[in-house]
Design a protein around this ligand. Structure first.
Ligand SMILES: [Zn+2]
Length: 404
């Protein structure tokens, strides 16, 4: 091994340990099994958690714990910075930070741990609460040019919206101070869901992108900072019904999308988190991922109105979803039928788990349903979705008492 490689490796190791992510360790109590240990540390006693415990400790399936041996718990230790849990972990959700504080205090009160995190500076974060935290390492690798994300002055020109819509006039400053990360799902090498309509290949990423553009433009008009995470330099806002598929999409800052699916998700959240860090003065950060679902008509026979998802640990995500859901509802119930939208928690989605902003995901329609295909193909419908989301976001901003 050359000396240079050695230096790089040592440096890398230092970077990792600076983040202090070593696991909490424990001895099993008398007659305590894996489940008992998980229960003692108030971890979810689920088969997944048991598997995770086994993996952490190199145990074979069905192998139990031995009484005199130390085991690693799915809980990581971070060095508390003596300011706040949020700044220690680089998270923004206040309720998330509060839960972590409560957890640490309970562990001390119950005698599960002997120290107190405020004195020992060892902050415990159970893996199931580690939302957003892992992402902290990826953002260092992302270099983002400081393109302005907002209208400076009364009008601005953003060519990304296409020649007809490039010039934007600010209407008011109702969203001033707030930062929106508008993330059109998929793009580049990944078209997302596809359906065939006549001879036309209808692709999710193009329709999600058009809605994302329209929404972004609306938010800019209210004085918000808007990061359009996915961008296509060729396609502005389009009026047509058949949005022709291409693979030109890049990330904010003209960053080319990597080809590997998982790496691309990391790239996406890493960019969002790097932008988040560029805006410490913001009063709120909201990430909206816009998608078009794909369900078989057998499973979902009715047209699909906008659905909202958030990570179960995010109270702010729940609140935002609720407000947007309530805003959407009247528009669909007046059509002589009830609103088929829903709010659900989805804890496996990368873009709900790893980004630092309060994040939600919107499935705007079902690309397989003929009625939804017809609706999505109308530019007026795409605009209507963007407008309704804007109405909801304005309401959310107005009633936002917690900030951030
Ligand atoms: Zn999608």
């Amino acid at each position: 091994m050359s000396r240079l490689i050695w230096v790089v490796l040592v440096l890398k190791a230092c970077l990792i340990s600076a983040n202090a992510q070593n696991h909490v360790t424990a001895l099993p109590h008398e007659s305590e099994g894996i489940m008992g240990m998980l229960r003692r540390f108030e971890l979810p006693v689920t088969p997944q958690m048991v598997t995770q415990f086994r993996r952490l400790n190199n145990l074979k399936p069905n192998e139990g714990v031995k009484i005199d041996q130390t085991y690693r718990m799915p809980i990581r230790r971070y060095r508390y910075n003596q300011k706040s849990i949020r700044t220690t972990l680089g998270i923004s959700d206040y309720s998330h930070a509060q839960r972590i504080a409560d957890y640490n205090n309970r562990m001390t009160a119950k005698g599960v741990r002997e120290d107190n995190f405020l004195n020992s500076l060892a902050l415990w974060v159970p893996d199931h609460e580690a939302k957003n935290i892992h992402a902290a390492t990826t953002e260092r690798e992302v270099r983002i040019p400081k393109t302005s994300p907002q209208i400076q002055g009364k009008t601005a020109t953003w060519p990304i919206f296409g020649s007809k819509y490039a010039t934007i006039t600010r209407q008011d400053t109702k969203l001033a101070g707030r930062v929106y990360y508008i993330d059109a799902g998929h793009g580049g090498p990944d078209p997302g869901a596809i359906s065939k309509v006549g001879g036309f290949s209808m692709q999710e990423d193009e329709y999600a992108y058009d809605i994302a553009l329209r929404l972004s433009r609306n938010l800019l008009r209210h004085g918000a900072k808007v990061y359009l995470i996915v961008q296509d330099p060729n396609d502005g806002i389009r009026e047509g019904t058949r949005l022709l598929p291409d693979k030109h999409e890049v990330f904010w800052g003209n960053i080319e999308m990597v080809t590997n699916f998982t790496d691309r998700l990391r790239q996406r959240s890493g960019i969002v988190n790097a932008l988040f860090d560029q805006n410490p003065e913001a009063t709120a950060h909201r990430l909206l991922s816009i998608h078009v679902d794909s369900r078989s008509l057998k499973d979902v026979p009715n047209p699909m109105d906008p659905h909202f998802s958030y990570y179960s640990g995010s109270d702010d995500g729940a609140r935002l979803s609720r407000i947007l859901f309530d805003t959407m509802k009247p528009f669909y119930t007046t059509e002589g039928r009830s609103y088929s939208g829903s709010i659900q928690t989805r804890d496996q989605l990368h873009m709900l788990l790893y980004p630092k902003p309060v994040a939600i995901l919107i499935e705007t329609a079902n690309i397989q349903h003929p009625i939804d295909q017809g609706r999505l193909m109308k530019s007026s419908y795409r605009q209507a979705i963007a407008d309704r989301l804007t109405t909801g976001l304005l309401l959310e901003a107005k009633t936002d008492i917690t900030g951030k």
